[in-house]
Design a protein around this ligand. Structure first.
Ligand code: SF4
Length: 76
């Protein structure tokens, strides 16, 4: 799984990260509801099949608002 984080404080709502993982909500980027951790707009757990999208979103963000880390299976 991939742990993703979007910092809505840094986000300017440009929309470049919008795709299967992130969507604009209230004018700023948020993790899509199906991936959220504890309903938190800023934190998510995403399957490895979406790694390319997460990488692109993180790279596209002009404000470095998106970060991610890969969690090896079996780790808590
Ligand atoms: S690319 Fe960055 S600044 Fe633009 S909407 Fe996404 S998180 Fe916000």
């Amino acid at each position: 799984m991939i742990i993703v984080r979007v910092d809505r404080w840094l986000c300017t709502g440009c929309g470049l990260c919008v795709g299967p993982v992130f969507a604009l909500e209230g004018g700023y980027s948020a993790v899509r509801p199906e991936f959220r951790v504890d309903g938190d707009l800023e934190r998510g757990l995403v399957p490895m099949s979406l790694l390319e999208n997460v990488k692109r979103a993180a790279k596209a963000c002009p404000n470095r608002g998106i970060t991610y880390a890969i969690r090896e299976e079996g780790q808590s």
